[in-house]
Design a binder for this molecule. Sequence first.
Ligand SMILES: *Cc1c(COP(=O)(O)O)cnc(C)c1O
Length: 403
Amino acid sequence: MNGYQHLYIPGPTNVPEPVRRAMNVPMQDMRAPDFGDFVTGILTDMKKAFRIENGRVFIFPSSGTGAWESAIQNTLNPGDKVLMSRFGQFSLLWVDMAERLGLKVELCDVEWGKGVPLEDYAKHLEADINHEIKAVFATQNETATGVTSDIAGVRKVLDAASHPALLFVDGVSSIASIEFEMEKWGVDLAVAGSQKGFMLPGGLGFLGVSDKALEANKAIGNAGMARCYFSFEDMIKLNDTGYFPYTPATQLLHGLRCSLDMMLEAGMESIWTRHTRLAQGVRAAIEAWDGCQLVAMGPEWESDTVSAIYAPEGVDARDVISTAYWKYQTSLGSGLNKLAGKAFRIGHLGSLNPVMLLGAISAAEMALVDAGAKIEPGSGVAAAQAHYRATTPDGQAAQSKAA
Ligand SMILES: *Cc1c(COP(=O)(O)O)cnc(C)c1O
C-alpha cells in the first residue's frame, strides 16, 4: 500500500500525531503517589469538555456502551418507566439495553431521518401526572442516519411540564464536536466515548453526571439494579484522590491528556464552528451529486459530525463502500440496519481539515461513478471547494487553532 489508508467513518476517527506520540510511554504504576495528580487534572478538564461546573465525569475502561450501562444501573430501579425514542441503529440499541436491564420503556418510534420528537415527548410528560416516568432519553446525534436532535428543546419540554425525570443524553458522536452544554441544558447523564470527537482510540467510556443524578444514585443506595464494575460508589471513592477501583488504561489517559490540551487550547466553541464549516462543505458536495440525498429529512435534522447519504436509485451503496475501500484506500461508513445497501456515510468529526474532506468527497465521487451513479465527475469536489475557499479562516492563529 502506498501513502495512507484514509479513514472517514464516524468513529474511530483520525488520531492526531501529538496524541499518538503522547500514548507512546512506558507502563507506569497506577498507584504511584504522583499518579493521582495526573488523573485529577484530567477529570477537572473533562468537566470543561462536557461544560459543567458541578457534578463529575467518570472515565471507564470501556467503550461508550459501558457508560450507557453505568448511567442506567446507577440511577434507576428495575421496573422504572422511562421515555425513549428510536430513529436509527444507536437509539435502537439504547432502547434494547434499557429493556434488557429491566426498564419499562415508553417508546416513540420515529421515521429514520428525523430525531427526538419534542411534541410527542411533551404529550407523554404532560399526561404523566403521577411522575411515573423516571427518566427521559435522547440521542443527540444518531450516527446511523446523520441526524442531530435538539437537546435544549428536550429540557424545555421537561420544564414546561414541571417534570422531575432525569435527562439522559447519548452524546457519543456529538460531545466535543458539536454544541453540547451539559449544565446549561440541564442534562443529568451524558454519555461519550474516546474514539469519536475526543480523537483517541476506542477504549474509554465517558459519563458526565449532574448533582441531581448523583443524588438519585445516593437515594438508591444498596438497592436498585445489580452493579459492580460500573458502580458510581466505587469510582467516586477512589476518583476523589485521582485513583481508580481497578487498573486504568494509562496509555489512553496520556492520549486523553494531550487531546484535552489541544481541545481546550482551541476552545470548545471553535471546535463546534469548525465542525459546522466542514459539514457544510460535505453537504454542498452531496447536493451537487445527482440522485444522492441525505438521509436526514431537512436542515433542522442535519448532523455536523456525520452525513448519511442515499445512493442514487439502482446503485448499491455497498458497492460504493467496497470500491472506495479496495480501489481508493478510503473507508466510508456503511449503511446500518435497514439502511444497508441504500446508504453510505461520511464521518466528518474529530481531527480533520478541509483538504482531508476533499479527499473523502473525491473518493466517494469516484466510487459512486464506478458503481454506476450518473453524477458529474468533479461536481461534488467543486462544490465543496467553493464552500471551503469562501469559509476557511486565513492566517496563522486560525491555522494552529481551528483550520
Ligand atoms: C458509536 C456510538 C455508540 C456506541 O459507542 P461504543 O463506543 O461503540 O460503545 C453509541 N451511540 C452513538 C450515538 C454512537 O455514535
